[in-house]
Write a protein of this length. Structure first.
Length: 312
């Protein structure tokens, strides 16, 4: 297991609230960090670098010494015109954790590590995991089958085993994790952190609309559609939201290319709602503090049950 002292400080659960496009904002991050888990948000959830810097200022001023660390997600892709400017603000504010997506770039990694920050990188395949490790990332986020947003199609048991064979840094597991039992299972598989997105959409502090959150409550794993049709990269979406936009979930034209940071991309994700197959375990909308307390209880019960079992 490998969680640094900086990220372990004030951590009550080995959980990262994933950075979700148009969903994760400062209210969610602050609530998560105060509750004892790592809260994160995408820099592109602010319409400008100046706005992003304002959010960082707010986090720095409102998160006291008893809060867990926070992180930001940077899209490291040629279609993101704000990368250089957002990275400069990230370094200026010495953001503790930076989550990079769609590209592991050594220069970005070194800039973050220069002030003691850590870089975790999203990967969906063994090939991408090896490339990111070679670039010097501190952690790998294994985005496995069923995860919300941009996701892979690998079984978590297989990908966890393959990555642990060569990587001794921090491993974060993503994909259908919605309960404390899921967190316990991820840890037993060898992950250091559980990466939870869909479960945190359905919190009072998220920026998701009431209709979006209610759709998650009403959805099961069969209501999740895995498709590249929205952004050009395979991702999981709620089928009812596709239908509401006049799309046929069973007949979607594959989109060519990506366009992160554009108004078109933002509109697409605003109208078509993402969620993972873990939505099947999400049945309510609660404050983050209540959710974290529930997850703690469930994880403790799961561990107690395992270690008292005759099969343990």
């Amino acid at each position: 297991m490998a969680i640094s002292q900086r990220l372990a400080k004030n951590l009550k659960l080995p959980v990262i609230s994933a950075p979700m496009f148009l969903v994760s904002g400062p209210e969610l991050v602050i609530a998560a960090c105060r509750a004892g888990v790592i809260g994160t948000f995408p820099s592109l959830n602010q319409r400008s670098t100046a706005g992003y810097a304002e959010w960082l200022d707010r986090l720095d001023s409102e998160l006291g010494p008893d809060a867990a660390a926070y992180g930001v997600n940077l899209i490291v892709h040629k279609t993101n015109p704000r990368l250089a400017a957002d990275l400069a603000e990230t370094v200026k504010h010495e953001v503790p954790l930076v989550i990079t997506s769609l590209g592991a770039v050594r220069e970005v990694i070194e800039e973050v590590q220069s002030y003691g920050g850590e870089v975790f990188h999203d990967v969906t395949t063994l090939k991408h995991a090896r490339k990111a490790a070679e670039q010097g990332v501190d952690g790998l986020i294994l985005v496995c089958a069923g995860a919300g947003g941009h996701a892979g199609d690998r079984n978590p048991f297989a990908l966890m085993h393959e990555v642990r064979e060569f990587f001794d840094g921090t491993i974060i597991l993503s994909g259908c994790l919605s309960t404390g039992r899921d967190i316990a299972a991820a840890r037993m598989m060898g992950a250091d952190f559980a990466y939870m997105g869909t479960r945190f959409i359905n919190t009072v502090e998220s920026m998701a609309s009431p209709e979006y959150r209610q759709m998650i409550v009403e959805s099961g794993s069969a209501d999740i559609v895995y498709t590249p049709a929205i952004s050009g990269i395979p991702a999981n979406f709620l089928a009812p939201s596709l239908v509401a936009c006049g799309l046929d979930p069973k007949n979607l034209a594959e989109k060519q290319g990506v366009d992160f940071g554009t108004e078109h991309e933002a509109k697409a994700w605003k109208d078509v709602w993402s969620a993972g197959q873990g939505a099947t375990a999400v049945t309510d909308i609660v404050p983050v503090a209540e959710l974290v307390a529930r997850l703690q209880k469930q994880m403790s019960e799961a561990r107690d049950q395992f270690f008292t079992s005759e099969l343990a």
